[in-house]
Design a protein around this ligand. Structure first.
Ligand code: SAH
Ligand code: SF4
Length: 356
């Protein structure tokens, strides 16, 4: 399907907005409910909306489009049931998404932007900067496509794919409201995590919505010296400002905050780092996710050995913190986001160079 900017993105609309839209084209209100159900059950063609008159379907094709993502590449892990997708969007851009199977059901890791402008040194998603924000419908479609491809229902979502969700704030909120709508996919907000690199203005705004999602903060370092060397965002909002925003967020939402900490050998994995981290997180109801850093071809970061990782975890626990080492799902398919899109982009660029 061709992407036509002037057409209306119905899948990103709330039910009340659809009602206004149908009123505007002289249709009864119940049409909005019918179309909302079709869109959120994953239908991608107006002709499949069988309870709409043919004339209305034709009118919708003229005025609107149904956003979708097309599976360009699918990689299934041989170790576990993780499936990594490279999706093509209606305008030809690519994003990544990962489907993971846990005991409690299926989780999808969704992207929120094409690329990312935060520029973290260890991450493949930000290497070429931000291309564009995703619409709410494009974020929803990543889940729908994984469900369709595997004949399953997804119960949990993590906004931890490519992009910084709080840098695409309005569409991320719209996605959260739509995906949890009981007339739509009905995935409870308690089953959704939103991960941020520490966009303090976004955390403050998110607190105003007081959603029962899990806020996950990519901290990765206990002090400004190390954090600024890895994450440019720390120069705008430093560790102190970020942790203050976390405390304020927790006061409002009373929700435990999860802190991501990617362990990079010789950078942030020392005993001093663990002790400093424990001191800084005092008074915050937290859970720390230790992630052995995934090497990205563009940098030379290495993950610490298993002994060091476990020692780091034990030190945190001695201080009374709870920490887990994240299971590395899909280790054989490079399941951390940003890497696949980048390799496809590079392949295309190389092909272009060869053609010229
Ligand atoms: N932009 C958001 C969400 C997407 S990144 C954020 O930064 O939080 C999701 C998680 O993957 C973040 O915790 C990020 O720091 C981590 N990550 C990115 N590249 C990684 C790598 N090479 N190894 C380990 N974790 C990585
Ligand atoms: Fe963007 Fe997150 Fe990657 Fe940083 S870690 S560049 S914020 S996607």
């Amino acid at each position: 399907m061709k992407f036509i900017a002037s057409k209306i993105d119905l899948k990103s609309m709330y039910l009340f907005e659809l009602e206004e839209f149908f009123k505007g084209i002289g249709q009864p209100r119940f049409r909005a409910g019918q179309v909302f159900s079709w869109l959120h059950s994953g239908v991608t063609d107006f002709d499949h909306m069988t309870n709409l008159p043919k004339s209305l379907r034709e009118e919708l094709k003229e005025k609107a489009y149904i956003a979708d993502v097309i599976i360009e590449k699918r990689m299934k892990s041989n170790i576990d049931d993780t499936v990594k997708y490279l999706y093509r969007l209606n305008d030809g851009e690519y994003i990544e998404s990962v489907l993971m199977k846990y005991n409690h059901g299926y989780t999808v890791c969704v992207s929120t932007q094409v690329g990312c402008r935060m520029g973290c040194s260890f991450c493949a998603s930000g290497i070429n900067g931000l291309c564009r924000n995703l619409t709410a419908s494009e974020i929803l479609s990543q889940i729908m496509a994984a469900e369709r491809d595997n004949g399953i229902r997804v119960s949990n979502v993590v906004m931890m794919g490519m992009g910084e969700p709080l840098d695409n704030f309005d569409n991320s909120i719209r996605f959260l409201k739509l995906v949890s709508d009981d007339k739509g996919m009905n995935i409870g907000l308690r089953h959704i995590s939103l991960s941020t690199s520490g966009v303090v203005s976004g955390i403050e705004k998110l607190a105003e919505y007081n959603l029962p999602i899990t806020l996950s903060v990519s901290l990765h370092a206990p002090n400004d010296k190390i954090r600024s060397s890895m994450m440019p965002v720390n120069k705008k909002w430093n560790v102190e400002a970020l942790l203050k925003a976390c405390r304020d967020y927790q006061k409002v939402t009373t929700r435990r905050i999860s802190f991501e900490y990617a362990l990079i050998s010789g950078v942030n994995d020392t005993d001093e780092c663990a002790n400093e981290l424990a001191v800084k997180l005092r008074g915050i109801m937290s859970h720390i996710n230790l992630i052995p850093a995934n090497p990205v071809r563009e940098n030379d970061f290495k993950k610490p050995d298993q002994k060091r990782i476990l020692h780091f975890k034990e030190l945190l626990e001695k201080h009374g913190l709870t920490a887990t080492v994240r299971r590395t799902l899909g280790a054989d398919i490079n399941a951390s986001c940003g890497q696949l899109r980048r390799s496809v982009k590079e392949a295309n660029e190389n092909a272009n160079i060869q053609q010229n």
